[in-house]
Design a protein. Structure first.
Length: 133
């Protein structure tokens, strides 16, 4: 089992919750015509986000001592879906993803949350809660 989070290009996703959840379901069918392990297919902001996060939370495929401590990244054109395998680091993972999403002006979706909370960039360089109900 994993702890799953997602970041996305905010202009690619619908702003209203029901449409957002439909978009999320569609995106996670993984039907884009490329592999999902290459950050080069993603927007520049997603590429920058990935470069920073992967330095702290290496991909499972990278040379890590324990594959169960790596992170599984699924990279699309407008989103990055992350499955964190090390449950001892989920708080640090959540905080890092949230911080870097704000820095790179990306949306943030807490896939593993019972509330399916979503944050969008605000004008102050942070994130505001968008979908929580």
């Amino acid at each position: 089992m994993s702890f799953d989070l997602m970041v996305f290009a905010p202009d690619a996703a619908p702003p209203k919750r029901p449409a957002f959840l439909d978009w999320y379901e569609e995106q996670t069918q993984w039907t884009e015509d490329h592999g999902y392990d290459d950050p080069a297919v993603a927007t520049p902001a997603l590429q920058a986000f990935y470069a920073e996060l992967a330095a702290e939370f290496p991909p499972v495929s990278a040379d890590v001592d324990d594959p169960a401590s790596g992170t599984d990244y699924t990279i699309g054109r407008t989103l990055i879906y992350m499955s964190f395998l090390d449950w001892d680091r989920i708080d640090a993972a959540w905080e890092a993803v949230h911080r870097l999403a704000a820095k790179h002006e990306l949306g943030f979706f807490d896939v593993s949350s019972d509330l399916a909370e979503t944050w969008l960039p605000d004008r102050k360089g942070g994130l505001r809660l968008a979908h929580s109900d």
